[in-house]
Design a protein around this ligand. Sequence first.
Ligand SMILES: N[C@@H](CCC(=O)N[C@@H](CS)C(=O)NCC(=O)O)C(=O)O
Length: 96
Amino acid sequence: MNYVRQLDKVRQEKPLLFSYRRCPYAMRARMALLSCGVDFDIFEISLKDKPKQMIEISPKGTVPVFVYKDLVLDESIDIMNWATEQKNNNSHKNKS
Ligand SMILES: N[C@@H](CCC(=O)N[C@@H](CS)C(=O)NCC(=O)O)C(=O)O
């Protein structure tokens, strides 16, 4: 997990999580990504001043928002499920 301070410095090939550290939904998304070994960038937002890049991707304006290539997940449960899938896929690959 790597904190980015400027969105224009974000590397497109890496997953990005828009997050807010005190939000329990963002917390569980971060924990799932970390515990499943996903390498991702994280951008800490202010709920009072949401970045336009995030609103363009997810107009409902809640965090967490997870972006990876064409995939946008803006429900924490979906991020947790995606992270778990990645972990399961990787463990299958490692066994073969
Ligand atoms: N169902 C959503 C809930 C996310 C949510 O409500 N996040 C709050 C922060 S804890 C939020 O972004 N609220 C928007 C706001 O306060 O403007 C999820 O599980 O991801």
